[in-house]
Structure formats: structure tokens, C-alpha cells
Design a protein around this ligand. Structure first.
Ligand SMILES: Cc1cc2nc3c(=O)[nH]c(=O)nc-3n(C[C@H](O)[C@H](O)[C@H](O)COP(=O)(O)OP(=O)(O)OC[C@H]3O[C@@H](n4cnc5c(N)ncnc54)[C@H](O)[C@@H]3O)c2cc1C
Length: 396
């Protein structure tokens, strides 16, 4: 089949957009299909979430040529402070002890999306937007994709389709790929607070009886809050008045940063671990949230998805050097095998954190406390935690 595209990326969000940028210098005919207009994306409140970016992620974004601009609006994390409400244990990690200037960075998702979107418009690749994939049929030599663009239906062919169309992936559904879902019965409440004291480049992770509470530095006196709790508690907390919510938050977090004030509205995100049952089908690969949706408590979802994209681009450039079929099964199988370990490790790490830290069960609560004290006193364990925090724990 003489395809319209060598590579068609469905979804021009954080992960699909990054893949398109990573393909910039690779001589393939690339198409990107994105459902949302700029105005719709800007209006979506999902862009308000803060993303903790691992060091490895920052290095990839730098290679994509977008980090310099994004870094002006990002906050470096120079210290990580982990504590347990009502207990003594606490662990501190410091960038200078690791010989680095930052353990990671925090950026509002929209800042990164904006920068990726600007670059997408400059690419030679064809950006088909706004358009949605509504049909997909894989044949021996290529995939036929049907798009809905306004009132029109368009048909394209591609040698390889990459689904980066998020957690509700249409491509995955059209292929009939099932998902395994672990519902944690928890909701992450996301908001922002201003603080009396200088945040001093510190990310706080505090284990409260309601659930883990993260305060990530956004500005000198402003933090993004992700507070995870049981669904029914979250429902109540979300319906509280601002004053009552602030009081609950202050009491759960303590006074590490003095008096806190609510600085944005509250949003609830139900937490699930969702995994597609396969990463590849005939001439189709699933990456980013289309493949895996993780609990935000460990801030790994985008970091993992970006590694999918960077690794795929690297493999595609190698494949191209040999002028081979980029959609053939053997190539996709090799990609899947190579990504499996990173995916499994990241999921185990995130899942393990939830199991150990989202518990009121006293022996476990004591154990985590002891673990934190031990971590603070035992440099090798701390180094391991720092490697995970910096995104080096699961290197390919
Ligand atoms: C509260 C919260 C906090 C988080 N914190 C962190 C963190 O600290 N660190 C971290 O690494 N991750 C974090 N994450 C996870 C991170 O947000 C996701 O992993 C990331 O957004 C996944 O990017 P994606 O491009 O795969 O999917 P998405 O961001 O969902 O993008 C999918 C894109 O596909 C488009 N699309 C959808 N359907 C179609 C279609 N049919 N046709 C064409 N286009 C389509 C959409 O418009 C969108 O642009 C957090 C998530 C939440 C909810």
C-alpha cells in the first residue's frame, strides 16, 4: 500500500505532541490528529493540574528544544520533604547532596501543552485539527483511518498508527483492546494555595489519615495541592465551604509553611490504575495514557508516557536507517518487549506507594514511619529514593 503517512499520531497532547517533536528530524511523512481546537484546550480546566517532572523528563524536553522556554515558568524542586501526620518520621532529600541543581521541576500542565502546541504548528508534519478518529481498519500493509473533521469524513492510510489519544482512547476502543482497571476508590482533590512562608523550592509529601497530601512549589509562596482520599470523603470535602476546606487542609498539612490560603478552585479526579491489555496490535502502538493511567500520587504518568514517546522515536530512527517497514510485527514486538520493564517497574512503584502509604492499619502505619526514619539515616536507601524521584530509577 502506498500510504498517505508513514506515521499517523492520534492525539496531539502532552505525549503525542512530544512524539511528533521527537520525529522532527526523522525523514518520515508524519501526520498528527488532534480533537481539540486551541480555544477548547485553553478553556479546559484539566490544564490547571501541576505536573512534577523528573530530571530524566527535563532532559528529554531539552532535547526536544522546548525546555528552555518552559523552564522560565517551572519551579525547580531542590528539596523533598516526606512526613507522616501525627508521627515523628520524616525524610528529606536535597539536590545538592546528589550533586544536582534540582531533583525535578513542577510546571502547570497548560504551560507545557502550550509550548508543545506552538512547536507542532511549526513542523513539516501535517497537523489535522480539530478532527477525531472515528474508524480504523488495519490491513497487511497499512492502516485505513477515518476522521471526522467538522461535517466531513476523511480517509487516510498510514504504515503505522500511534495512539496517544489519552485515557479514553478511541483507537484502543476501535481495536477492541480491553483494559484492566484497578479502582482505588479514591479521588485526588487538586487545587492551589498561597503560603505565608517561602516554599523554598521544596516539594512536600505528607501522609495524613485521610490520604497522601502533596504540596508542590509553583511560585515562592504558592503551591499546587494534590490531596488523595477515599471517594466518599472527597465528596464531602469537595462540597465544604472554602473556609472549612482550608481549615481541614491546614490541620492535615500542619504549619510547615505558616498560614495557607486557598488560591484556586477545587477539582476532583477519580483514581484508577488502568492498563490496556496490549501495547500493540496490527500496525498500531498505544503510548502514554492510552496505554496506562497511573495514580497521580507518585507523579509518574507523564514521565512514563514521555519515555514511551522518546524511546519510540529513537527506535524509529534506527529502523529508518535500514529502510525497513516501520509497522511490521517484529518491530512492534521488539518495542513492546523493551518498554515492558519500565512500565511494570513504574506501576509497581506507584502501586506500592499507595498500598503502604494510604493505610490507617496501625502496623503498616508504624512500618512506614520506621521506614522514613531509616531512610533519613541510611544514605544508600535514600539514594535509591532520590533516583526514583529524579526519574532515573527505571531507566531503559
Ligand atoms: C491530578 C493529576 C495530577 C497529575 N500529576 C502528574 C505529575 O505530577 N507527573 C506526571 O508525570 N504525571 C502526572 N499526571 C498524569 C499526566 O497528566 C498524564 O499522564 C498525561 O497527561 C498523559 O498525556 P497523554 O498525552 O497520554 O494524554 P492526554 O493528556 O489525555 O492527551 C490526549 C490527547 O488526545 C486528544 N484526543 C482524544 N481523543 C481523540 C480522538 N478520538 N482523535 C484525536 N485526538 C484525540 C485529546 O484532545 C488530547 O489532546 C497527573 C494526572 C492528574 C489527573
Amino acid at each position: 500500500m502506498n500510504s498517505d503517512f508513514d506515521l499517523l499520531i492520534v492525539g496531539g497532547g502532552l505525549v503525542g505532541g512530544s512524539l511528533a517533536l521527537a520525529m522532527r528530524d526523522i525523514p518520515l511523512r508524519v501526520g498528527i490528529v488532534e480533537a481539540l481546537t486551541e480555544a477548547e484546550r485553553q478553556a479546559s480546566t484539566a490544564g490547571d493540574r501541576a505536573l512534577a517532572l523528573a530530571r530524566g523528563t527535563v532532559q528529554i524536553l531539552d532535547r526536544l528544544g522546548i525546555w528552555q522556554d518552559v523552564s522560565a515558568k517551572a519551579m525547580p524542586i531542590r528539596h523533598i520533604h516526606v512526613s507522616d501526620r501525627g508521627r515523628f518520621g520524616k525524610t528529606r532529600l536535597h539536590a545538592d547532596e546528589k550533586g544536582v541543581d534540582a531533583l525535578g521541576h513542577v510546571v502547570v500542565a497548560r504551560t507545557l501543552e502550550d509550548r508543545i502546541s506552538q512547536e507542532l504548528h511549526k513542523l513539516d508534519a501535517e497537523l489535522i485539527c480539530p478532527a477525531r478518529v472515528i474508524g480504523l481498519k488495519a490491513g497487511q500493509n497499512g492502516v485505513c483511518v477515518t476522521l471526522k473533521k467538522g461535517e466531513e469524513c476523511l480517509n487516510f492510510t498510514a504504515t503505522l498508527v500511534v495512539a496517544a489519544d489519552g485515557g479514553n482512547s478511541t483507537v484502543r476502543k476501535l481495536l477492541g483492546i480491553q483494559q484492566s482497571v484497578r479502582d482505588y476508590g479514591q479521588t485526588a482533590i487538586v487545587t492551589e494555595v498561597s503560603t505565608q512562608a517561602d516554599v523554598n523550592f521544596t516539594a512536600y509529601e505528607r501522609f495524613t489519615t485521610a490520604g497522601p497530601l502533596a504540596l508542590l512549589p509553583l511560585e515562592r509562596r504558592k503551591c499546587s495541592v494534590v490531596w488523595t482520599m477515599k471517594d466518599q470523603d472527597a465528596e464531602e470535602v469537595l462540597s465544604e465551604s472554602d473556609a472549612n476546606f482550608t481549615a481541614s487542609l491546614q490541620s492535615a498539612f500542619g504549619h510547615w509553611l505558616g498560614k495557607i490560603r486557598l488560591a484556586a478552585r477545587r477539582q476532583g479526579f477519580p483514581l484508577k490504575l488502568v492498563q490496556a491489555e496490549k501495547m500493540a496490535d496490527d500496525r498500531v502502538l498505544l503510548i502514554g495514557n492510552a496505554m496506562h493511567q497511573l495514580h497521580p500520587v507518585a507523579g509518574q504518568g507523564f514521565n512514563l508516557g514521555l519515555r514511551d514517546a522518546a524511546f519510540l522515536a529513537e527506535r524509529l530512527s534506527t529502523k529508518l536507517a535500514f529502510r525497513e517497514d516501520i509497522g511490521e510485527k517484529a518491530f512492534l514486538d521488539r518495542y513492546v518487549r523493551a518498554r515492558q520493564r519500565d512500565l511494570a517497574n513504574t506501576i509497581h512503584f506507584t502501586d506500592g506507594l499507595i498500598r503502604v502509604f494510604c493505610t490507617d492499619f496501625p502496623p503498616l502505619a508504624l512500618a512506614r514511619n520506621a521506614a522514613m526514619i531509616a531512610l533519613d539515616c541510611f544514605p544508600p536507601a535514600k539514594r535509591l529514593l532520590a533516583r526514583h524521584a529524579m526519574g532515573y530509577g527505571f531507566r531503559l
